[in-house]
Design a protein around this ligand. Structure first.
Ligand SMILES: NC(=O)c1ccc[n+]([C@@H]2O[C@H](COP(=O)([O-])OP(=O)(O)OC[C@H]3O[C@@H](n4cnc5c(N)ncnc54)[C@H](OP(=O)(O)O)[C@@H]3O)[C@@H](O)[C@H]2O)c1
Length: 315
């Protein structure tokens, strides 16, 4: 089969390799589309060490062609979207049965875009920061995959005010369609917000932005930390100050959750997929690439300025 391989020279190249077979508890999927996500940038940049050669790709849509031991053979033929630990940039990928979801009613491009970003955005709003009706939410990287979905889930949870931070005015213009009340260019954060405070801040950025976000929390506010796009430099937080001001710093790691409590991730993904199928939320696929263009696609994501979700056509 054809697959994209991340080679010893840190390049993504097309290769012919053997099809994987599903082990116990796994399904094999013939892939239609794979989603591109920020994790691909982290792999490329060495933040997630991987063996070489490595077939990357962490999310795929397609249909089940085989099942491993212990998996219901009735799944064969089912149209699905799957969360994988590798291998989705290939014609066939294996995925855990538990993290492979029936995608009936969702077109294959959108089903690939669902990926990790949709359950992550759902969890950040509903199970991590637990946004209550009437609360205010500040979302960094607001025009990206997680950001555009988090705004929609926050709206669905009854948030009264949703503010996004984006790279530039073009990103702001794009992101208005997802329910933001205000979009702020990154260079104007936090100054332009005067003394506004938020009940919840979603932070995938890190560094000084993390500390500035903490400053912006209202009493009993929650900072949900889930990435380090700008920097991996450690950020020191004084927990005594948090206590005195009634603020909380929370973290979310869906990759770890998939290993320790896959059934919890599956619950959130199932709910998020239902909300996608009934059009409560929308995944906006804005770019489609060929397998041979993956290097360029990942570089674009790394540079910023992309919005919504990018996918790769496999079939
Ligand atoms: N913890 C988890 O479980 C989990 C799960 C999924 C994703 N994530 C994390 O969530 C984040 C977003 O992922 P995604 O796939 O949805 O990517 P994305 O938002 O589609 O792309 C990243 C965005 O980050 C912004 N950006 C780039 N460089 C930046 C910088 N130096 N400072 C501030 N913003 C910058 C860009 O927005 P502008 O163009 O507007 O600048 C870009 O669109 C990533 O950090 C990813 O690792 C975490």
């Amino acid at each position: 089969m054809k697959a994209v391989v991340f080679d010893a020279d840190d390049r993504f190249t097309l290769a012919d390799i053997d099809e994987p077979a599903p082990a116990g508890g796994q399904v094999a999927i013939r892939v239609d589309y794979a989603g591109i996500q920020y994790g691909d940038v982290l792999v490329r940049n060495g933040h997630f060490p991987v063996p070489r050669p490595f077939v990357p790709g962490f999310e795929a849509s397609g249909h089940v062609i085989a099942v491993g031991e212990g998996v219901d053979a009735g799944r064969i033929g089912q149209r699905v979207t799957a969360l994988t630990s590798a291998g989705a940039y290939a014609q066939v990928v294996v995925a855990p049965d538990l993290l492979t979801f029936d995608s009936a009613g969702v077109d294959p491009r959108t089903a690939a875009g669902f990926g990790w970003v949709t359950p992550t955005a759902y969890d950040l709003i509903n199970t991590v920061s637990r946004v209550r009706p009437g609360e205010s939410v500040l979302i960094h990287a607001a025009a990206g995959g997680v950001g555009t979905l988090a705004a929609q889930f926050a709206k669905a949870a009854g948030a009264a005010r949703i503010v996004g931070v984006v790279g530039d005015t073009a990103q702001a213009e794009y992101a208005t369609q997802f329910g933001y009340d205000l979009l702020v260019p990154r260079e104007d954060f936090p100054g332009t917000l005067a003394d506004e405070q938020f009940d919840v801040v979603l932070d995938p950025i890190g560094g000084p932005t993390r500390l500035a976000s903490l400053e912006r929390l209202a009493p009993h506010g929650r900072l949900a930390i889930y990435g380090n796009i700008a920097t991996f430099e450690p950020v020191e937080i004084n927990t005594n100050d948090l206590l005195m001001n009634g603020k909380s710093a929370l973290t979310y790691n869906s990759n770890l959750l998939s290993q320790t409590h896959p059934e919890r991730l599956a619950d959130s993904a199932t709910t998020a997929l239902r909300l996608l199928a009934d059009h409560t939320v929308r995944v906006d696929v804005t770019a489609e690439y060929e397998m041979s263009d993956l290097d360029a696609a990942i570089q674009r994501l790394a540079e910023g300025g992309t919005h919504g979700k990018s996918i790769v056509r496999i079939a």
